[in-house]
Design a protein. Structure first.
Length: 166
């Protein structure tokens, strides 16, 4: 029997008992199976929801405002972007669909569309975000700060030097 002073706190105590540990530790990794691929930088993870691969930008399947950025920044035309978008989606599907992945987070946990922002690690330990840049299937997302930004830029520069993808 609970003392009378603790009885009003019982609902709160029960809530705290059943919250996932990740609610308390923003740095905690979360695991889940990839159940759907939306495109080259967005996936669905079971139990988590829609996840945007943090720190990268893969071209869209259809023409968008981002096409102008790619044209101005890199001289890449729309047709090449559509092809790369398809390749990026296939790459993400091949490497992650139905696999259990580990998600790690940075300072921002969600984007303006309420997608979870994460670094996605494959079962073999490789980071999917970085793999897409290495293959030239995505560029570094330049409009936000994140932990691995300088590393991502180094890899992007190497991919350009090797004339891979974008």
């Amino acid at each position: 029997m609970l003392p009378g002073t603790l009885l009003p706190l019982l609902p709160l105590l029960l809530l705290l008992l059943f919250l996932p540990v990740s609610q308390f530790n923003a740095d905690a990794a979360v695991y889940g199976r990839v159940v759907h691929i939306y495109d080259g930088d967005t996936i669905e993870v079971e139990g988590v929801g829609r996840v945007r691969l943090l720190g990268i930008d893969a071209p869209e399947h259809e023409a968008s405002d981002r096409d102008l950025f790619y044209l101005r920044q890199f001289g890449i035309i729309s047709e090449a972007l559509r092809t790369t978008a398809q390749q990026a989606t296939r790459f993400v599907t091949e490497h992650s669909h139905n696999h259990r992945v580990r998600l790690e987070f940075d300072s921002e946990r969600h984007d303006r569309f309420e997608r979870v922002l994460a670094y996605v690690y494959l079962p073999d330990g490789r980071m999917l975000n970085l793999m897409l840049i290495e293959e030239g299937l995505a560029t570094v997302f330049r409009r936000a700060e994140f932990r691995y930004k300088s590393r991502f830029f180094e890899v992007e520069k190497r991919a350009r030097t090797q004339q891979k993808g974008l």
